[in-house]
Design a protein around this ligand. Structure first.
Ligand SMILES: C[S@@+](CC[C@H](N)C(=O)[O-])C[C@H]1O[C@@H](n2cnc3c(N)ncnc32)[C@H](O)[C@@H]1O
Length: 376
């Protein structure tokens, strides 16, 4: 007898995935509620029944719980249907369980509306795409597929073209590594042996995210991976957003979950060493490797705080993580932080690397390698 996914307790890897979904939901909801966007929409296209066999909540229950928490703070005069949630599952039994489990938990105030669908993902997306494309709404799309085949680069491209739309999807990346040469996989992912030579079983999810980015490089879409290991397999979540604040919030939560490297629930880079004959050491950790890269960037580009903030995020580093490093580099006179307006060294330990600083039109400091003299 085949045991279905929700007939067993969620395993640790699934719990990590769900924790990422929940944490991003929390920040995403709070951002758009604060901004007062007319309607915020959450689509869970592979919703499942709501719980595992032990009553642990799955993504749809998390969504209604987080929305309900946020609704408590809503003012009375908010427009009807301010928060719209769509839950879909192709399985008839899961669909009926989903309705039962969600309807009893949903916020009953006018601000919320829930819709259930019992369609294949492709059909559900076709039905909902005109709504998602409506640029008056902010959308969060959760795509918790089994395996790999539904969320192709073409599907991501369609969603990336929608304004104010963030996506979170799951993909079994090891599967692509193992079966890349089979026509069934080739149809969706055109990776070849060259690609596989450059990757390793441990970094496959990061590399698959790189593959998506490469496929979408003409539109420069921001995508960030979080790798999850279960036994010898590596799966993961990929986040996509065209907005820098989404990128900031997602990367920040990844660093909270993985304070060593911000991208995995295991030691993804423990083989990194500059010299193949030397065993890797703590010094070769991601933060210290990035520090070297950052110094080169400061030397070559003399970035202002906007540029440095964006550079950190595009490298998958939460800017706050680099502040202690920058403080040390400033102390050792390896870098100078220059106040652009006052044309003098900036106050010590002021790096201006937050989204709020980025949002301000004008950068306030510029970073230089070495000591101050000559920076005019
Ligand atoms: C990994 S589970 C989702 C788990 C869910 N997000 C949770 O947290 O409990 C994948 C779900 O997708 C559904 N599914 C599988 N193929 C589908 C398809 N083509 N379209 C829509 N749903 C599908 C399955 O019935 C299953 O409930």
């Amino acid at each position: 007898m085949v045991v279905k996914f929700h007939d067993a307790p969620f395993d640790d890897a699934t719990q990590v995935k769900l924790e990422i979904f929940r944490r991003y939901l929390q920040v995403w909801i709070s951002i758009f509620m604060r901004l007062g966007v007319k309607q915020i929409c959450i689509y869970d296209f592979f919703a499942g029944p709501g719980y595992d066999s032990e009553g642990n909540p799955g993504s749809p229950v998390m969504i209604v719980e987080e929305v309900k928490k946020a609704c408590v703070h809503l003012k009375q005069n908010l427009i009807e249907n301010n928060i719209y949630m769509v839950f879909n599952d192709v399985d008839k039994y899961y669909y009926s369980k989903l309705q039962e489990n969600i309807s009893s938990k949903t916020c009953s105030k006018k601000c919320c509306r829930v819709e259930f669908l019992n369609l294949s993902f492709e059909k559900a997306l076709e039905l909902k795409l005109p709504e998602i494309r409506n640029n008056k709404t902010a959308n969060l799309i959760i795509l918790d597929q089994f395996g790999v085949k539904h969320i192709t680069p073409d599907i991501v491209r369609i969603l990336a073209d929608c304004e104010k739309t963030d996506i979170l999807f799951f993909i079994s990346s090891s599967f692509i590594r193992r079966f890349y040469s089979q026509p069934e996989i080739k149809k969706y992912f055109n990776v070849d042996e060259n690609f596989l030579h450059k990757t390793s079983p441990k970094t496959i999810h990061r590399d698959i995210c790189g593959y998506y980015k490469d496929q979408l490089k003409d539109i420069g879409y921001n995508m960030v991976p979080f790798s999850i290991k279960k036994g010898s397999n590596v799966y993961g979540v990929i986040f996509g957003s065209s907005h820098i604040l989404g990128l900031d919030r997602f990367i920040d939560l990844c660093w909270n979950i993985d304070p060593q490297g911000g991208e995995a629930n295991y030691n993804i880079d423990n083989t990194i060493s500059y010299d193949e004959n030397v065993l890797p050491s703590f010094e070769d950790g991601k933060i210290s490797l990035f520090q070297k890269q950052l110094l080169e960037f400061i030397q070559s580009d003399k970035p202002d705080n906007h540029m440095l903030y964006k550079y950190c995020l595009l490298c998958g580093i939460a800017p706050r993580i680099m502040c202690p490093q920058l403080k040390q580099l400033q102390k050792e006179k390896e870098i100078t932080v220059w106040d652009i307006n006052k044309n003098q060294p900036a106050r010590k330990n002021s790096f201006y690397l937050s989204y709020d600083n980025y949002r301000n039109k004008q950068p306030v400091v510029r970073y230089y390698r070495g000591e101050t003299h000559g920076h005019k």
